[in-house]
Design a protein around this ligand. Structure first.
Ligand SMILES: [Zn+2]
Length: 406
């Protein structure tokens, strides 16, 4: 009897194990053959790096390898389908792309989709996936960097942007301005991170880049000033790299340029923000800081750049920096008042990650609300873009004079 019970017991377990094994086989097959449909493909070329983004609902399982002579990057995706987005991918490749010559996509076998990227030079690839965020589904991100650069520093590539460091044609060479007052201009968002958009589909990342370029031109015309941009084209730069770039250039000031949206479409006017180490000064300031700090999740970073953001802020240095930030903010705000109504008449404070350089006075300028129809219209005009650039320049010049007199 005892034997029979044991047999029955064993049979039950065997049955359960068989069921579990069957279920696991089913699941693994289901996983292996699950369709991965890439619904969108985007390419963001720049001299610094090119980013290719493939968006899908399901998380793709993939392998990749580099081939040489000629240089190619091959990515195999399990269960990948040849979707219209992938068929049209080669059309997104610009002839000017420094890294990608072309893309071919085909089924390697019934279960595998193969993406072959023909390269113009030997590269270092950084491939990672991002979880859904904002309006995006899952994203497979492939970054192409020049092979020759060392990869000790995860953000180093973003800081030494050749295009950014190149002196403008009409400006005196950097060497002649060695005692220069360096202004780091940060055009918000870029690449995968479009920032906010207006009713007429104006993108914040495009408008702020135009204003930033105009400001750079104005600053480079000043005998004692030099401008450095954190991005000079439509590509994404992590927030920490923007701060690090300002530190690397020993910036005198850091100015981040934005044109955000607010939940209330009636909200309008220009405003200036500085870092707060103790909470925000208003609900709008808190909302804007939270939405700006999401930039890394939307734009996509593969590795943390926390080594650049020392969270144990050097208090003494920072106290002086915050005083200077307040002065700079006030000077810029006074100039903005001449061209647009102010949203808030005082410099607001919130925990913006991009303003966290402990030793560099930093402000974030909300040039206007892109969510307000009339301000969106203004933001699109060259006239307003130039007016904003001039207002910021005049604010910085006044700050420079005041600091000199102190
Ligand atoms: Zn913004």
């Amino acid at each position: 009897m005892q034997f029979q019970i044991r047999t029955l017991y064993c049979r039950q377990w065997r049955c359960r194990l068989t069921a579990i094994a069957w279920l696991m086989t089913f699941l693994s097959n289901a996983h292996a053959t699950a369709d991965v449909q890439f619904i969108a493909a985007r390419v963001w070329p720049s001299t610094l790096y090119t980013r290719l983004t493939l968006e899908s609902e399901a998380a793709p399982t993939y392998r990749y390898f580099l081939l040489h002579h000629p240089e190619r990057l091959v990515i195999d995706v399990d269960g990948g389908e040849l979707t219209p987005a992938l068929r049209q991918l080669s059309r997104h490749i610009s002839a000017k792309d420094p890294f990608i010559a072309g893309v071919r996509v085909a089924k390697f076998d019934p279960k595998t989709l193969r993406i072959v990227i023909d390269l113009k030079q030997a590269i270092r690839a950084d491939i990672f996936s991002l979880k859904p965020v904002a309006n995006f589904q899952r994203r497979l991100v492939i970054d192409f960097y020049p092979k020759l650069k060392g990869d000790k520093d995860p953000l180093g590539d973003f800081i030494t942007d050749k295009q950014v460091l190149a002196a403008p044609k009409n400006a005196p060479p950097l060497a002649q301005k060695s005692s220069s007052f360096v202004v780091v201009i940060d055009a918000g968002h870029g690449g995968e991170d479009p920032g906010a958009h207006g009713l007429r589909k104006t993108l914040e990342k495009e408008v702020v880049l135009q204003i930033a370029k105009r400001l750079k031109q104005l600053i480079d015309q000043q005998p004692t000033m030099t401008a450095v941009m954190t991005r000079s084209d439509d590509y994404f730069v992590p927030l920490a790299a923007r701060v690090a770039k300002a530190q690397q250039h020993s910036a005198a000031v850091f100015v981040s340029i934005h044109a955000d949206a607010y939940a209330n479409r009636h909200a309008r006017g220009s405003s200036v923000f500085m870092l707060s180490t103790r909470g925000a000064t208003s609900a709008a300031a808190r909302f804007l800081a939270q939405s700006q700090n999401q930039s890394d999740l939307i734009g996509g970073v593969s590795r943390s750049g926390d080594n650049y953001l020392d969270t144990t802020l050097l208090e003494l240095i920072q106290r002086k920096t915050l005083q200077d930030s307040a002065l700079l903010g006030k000077d810029v705000l006074e100039q903005l008042q001449k061209i647009n109504p102010l949203h808030k008449s005082r410099v607001e404070r919130a925990g913006f990650a991009v303003l966290k350089a402990p030793d560099i006075p930093s402000i974030l300028v909300e040039t206007a609300f892109i969510s307000h129809p009339e301000e969106e219209r203004k933001l699109r005009t060259a006239r307003y873009q130039q007016q904003v650039a001039e207002a910021i320049l005049n604010g910085i010049k006044r700050y420079q004079r005041q600091r000199h007199e102190q």
